[in-house]
Design a protein around this ligand. Structure first.
Ligand code: HDE
Length: 734
């Protein structure tokens, strides 16, 4: 029935059903029920119920009386409710995801025989879950943290789980340290404070004492820690995996995937405010884009090192705290990942999805990376405590290829396997192990020769070189943001030992950085630091990933109106934004109907108090003397404009609204807004004073050379934020 399943979800699902991508959807359909007006309320055991309102009671003449325990319907409802919760993930508890597909366009069969990475005729269904690491299930999306980016590939050879992050390195080298780094980051044990934050004593105490984290904390303090959208993040497998080709040759490999929309972040002040104003910002963003048919896509690639070159680098290629710099090991992009379908039920599809790094398919293998090997144990183990031993039978987790073995029983087993034997070898030859010709997993015959010892190779002991490389590679704006991030984080550490020592640690990366931060947060100002090698790797800066083509698709743009707004300007902007697949959101002074200059009524999506500038990428204010007069005396409207300006967002205004914007942001001498009828763009403020017929023509080109008002406005939005505004030292703090 219409309304229960959104049309957009159904459309894509039906389109996919004929393809291999549809295999997982068909599989899920076996366990999917629609709810409709034809249904009648029943118990779990199928008996129809006459009421959902009254518990069976022993009633006296005045119709009151105690509830009877004998009521099986009421008992079932309450007891089922009492047990609705399962343990949240011990890390990455907060997250959401979507279905999609993975397609290879350029086989990498010189490295692997895994069809999922080589067969260009295949579409492999996937489910992706994005997450934050430290916060609990109900925490906010936009906190400063690493983002999880886990992909389950439902391949014809079994499930492959690539459980990645949006940052290519990690805090620790050996899995044995995982409980420590997580305990130090999670809320402190005595008072369970703070939630979803690294800004506290214990986190930074650990970072100081555990120098191998240095590279990773620099990434976490950079803009990567506050993504604008999950759709605008890179993904990294982080650990070193191996690929095996048909000739039996092994290569070391890192997986990396880069978004078509470019890599973009929130301004820290936006992130902080959104955590309260819209804690579901990222999950809504993904849902909205997919529902609107703007499917996020990533180029998927590998960095490959032949086995013979393993020891040719000055870092250990099995050390997850190190990247493989692009100039040494370039990424080869060969496939595309697309997300195109929202889940239908959160719990059974997102909460119950269970990733295990140990799940790989033939042609893909592990390395001796001591972090990866520990992960291979931990994920399977944690799913057993979170979901039970039969977690692989859950619809979202089960493979689309045949599964048969002698693993049996356990809580909530539901597959019924017929047959008289449950062991191998058996007299019927039932379920015998597969040969390699039949597709059995091939273990690489790796030579192992040594003694048992708790050691790591000497190269693992160098902890600062790549932290310096990262810092040196940042643009001036990115550096400014990192300094501000340390300023915030260390200010939240009350213990002078913690912030004092961390400031000294920063001198191991860059003396200037350490001195600037110490000035901000206190602690002795370091006078000398470790020598900075001065090397750079430009690909580490996220400004290197501006997006394949400038687009405003899926960007939210607020159109702010009050009674008397210029209807023609409004109509043109609304139509142009919709054509470009942006999301126009009409924001009124109230949510009841607003009357335009020609008497037409518009129903705003939200009002200025209920919605906030933080939730959009840009704002447009059409003229109209009466409307502008109302907005000019509305404190919330002025705050919207000022805040959007402070957050470096593109602001478009026409007619009388030009003065309003001028007034709100108090433009100084460095910014001039044209007083002629011409369109003028300066610091992302695009204005057109006199609106003549045709002067608001719809956007065609999104380039700097664009001349029309709408073109320039769109170009500004496609740039994500107006960095010149920050660079010029204009108002970057609101
Ligand atoms: Fe995880 N990690 N992790 N992790 N991790 C989990 O598994 C663990 C690490 C990552 O959306 C847990 O199902 C250990 C690196 C993601 O469901 C747990 C170590 C990377 C997710 C676990 C690491 C990750 C998890 C908790 C160090 C980036 C969310 C719940 C050896 C490559 C998956 C669960 C989802 C989840 C253990 C380090 C990514 C406890 C022991 C490095 C994206 O098993």
């Amino acid at each position: 029935m219409a309304g229960f399943v959104p049309d957009s979800v159904q459309k894509v699902a039906h389109a996919a059903l004929g393809s291999r991508e549809g295999d997982k959807l068909k599989d899920l359909a076996k366990d999917t029920k629609d709810i409709s007006e034809k249904d009648r309320l029943t118990t779990d055991y199928g008996v129809k119920q006459s009421t959902a309102d009254d518990w069976l009671k022993a009633v006296s003449p005045n119709q009151a009386g105690p509830l009877l325990l004998e009521d099986p319907f009421a008992r079932e409802r309450i007891m089922r409710f009492d047990h609705e919760r399962i343990p949240e993930r011990v890390v990455h508890a907060r997250g959401a995801g979507a279905f999609g597909k993975f397609k290879v366009y350029d086989s990498i069969d010189e490295f692997t025989f895994a069809p999922v990475l080589t067969d260009t005729s295949r579409e492999t269904p996937v489910f992706v879950r994005f997450s934050t690491v430290l916060g609990s299930r109900g925490s906010a999306d936009t906190v400063r943290d690493v983002r999880g980016f886990a992909i389950k590939f439902y391949t014809e050879e079994g499930n492959w789980d690539l459980v990645g992050n949006d940052i290519p390195v990690f805090f620790i080298q050996d899995a044995i340290k995982f409980p420590d780094v997580i305990h130090a980051g999670k809320p402190e044990p005595h008072n369970e404070v703070p939630q979803a934050q690294t800004a506290h004593n214990n986190f930074w105490d650990f970072q100081f004492n555990h120098t191998e984290s240095t590279h990773m904390f620099m990434w976490a303090m950079s803009d990567r820690g506050v993504p604008r959208s999950w759709r605008m993040m890179q993904g990294f497998g982080v650990n070193t995996f191996t690929l095996l080709n048909a000739k039996g040759e092994r290569h070391f490999v890192k997986f990396v995937w880069t978004p078509e929309l470019g890599v973009h972040s929130l301004i820290w002040d936006e992130a902080l405010k959104l955590a309260g104003q819209d804690p579901d910002f990222h999950r809504k963003d993904l849902f909205e884009a997919i529902s609107n048919g703007v499917f996020p896509k990533w180029k998927f690639g590998v960095q490959v090192i032949p086995e013979a070159d393993e020891h040719k680098f000055d870092f250990d290629i099995l050390d997850a705290t190190k990247i493989w710099p692009e100039d040494l090991v370039p990424t080869r992009y060969f496939a595309e990942l697309e997300l195109n379908r929202n889940p239908e039920e959160f719990f059974t599809q997102v909460e119950q999805i269970a990733f295990c790094t140990s799940h790989v398919v033939p042609g893909i293998g592990f390395s001796d990376d001591p972090l990866l090997q520990g992960r291979n144990f931990s994920y399977f183990d944690t799913q057993i405590s979170r979901l039970g031993v039969n977690f692989e039978e859950l619809p979202i987790n089960r493979p689309t290829c045949p599964v048969m073995n002698f693993n049996r029983d356990g809580a909530l087993r539901h597959t019924i396997t017929r047959g008289t034997v449950n062991y191998w070898p058996n007299r019927f030859q039932a379920c015998k192990p597969a040969s390699h010709a039949e597709g059995a997993y091939v273990e690489y015959a790796q030579k192992v020769n040594g003694m048992k010892a708790r050691i790591r190779s000497d190269k693992f002991k160098e902890h600062f070189s790549q932290a310096q490389l990262f810092w040196n590679s940042m643009s001036p704006i990115e550096k400014h943001h990192i300094i501000a991030a340390f300023g915030f984080e260390l200010d939240h550490c009350e213990d002078p030992v913690v912030f004092g020592r961390m400031v000294q640690r920063l001198a191991d990366i860059d003396l200037g950085l350490a001195q600037t931060v110490s000035n901000l947060v206190g602690g002795d100002t370091p006078s000398q630091g470790r020598t900075n090698h001065g090397r750079r790797a430009p690909a580490l800066s996220q400004t290197e990933f501006p997006g394949s083509t400038p687009t405003i698709a899926s960007r939210r743009v607020a159109i702010i109106i009050a009674d008397g707004y210029d209807q023609a300007a409004y109509d043109t902007a609304y139509a142009a934004l919709s054509t470009a697949l942006a999301v126009p959101l009409v924001i009124g002074t109230k949510r009841s109907k607003v009357i335009g200059s020609n008497g037409r009524e518009t129903q705003p999506h939200h009002h200025l108090e209920g919605f906030r500038s933080t939730m959009v990428d840009a704002i447009f204010i059409p003229g109209g003397a009466k409307s502008v007069q109302t907005l000019a005396t509305n404190g919330r409207a002025l705050h919207w404009i000022r805040e959007a300006f402070g957050h470096l967002k593109t602001i478009g205004a026409t007619g009388e609204a030009v003065e309003l914007v001028h007034k709100a942001i108090g433009l100084g001498p460095t910014v001039t807004v044209s007083s002629s009828a011409e369109t003028h763009e300066s610091y992302g403020v695009v204005t057109l004073r006199e609106v003549k017929p045709g002067s608001l023509k719809e956007a065609v080109t999104l380039g700097k050379e664009a001349k029309g008002f709408m073109e320039q406005f769109f170009y500004g939005i496609a740039q994500h934020r107006c960095w010149e505004r920050e660079l010029s030292g204009l108002n970057s703090q609101v």
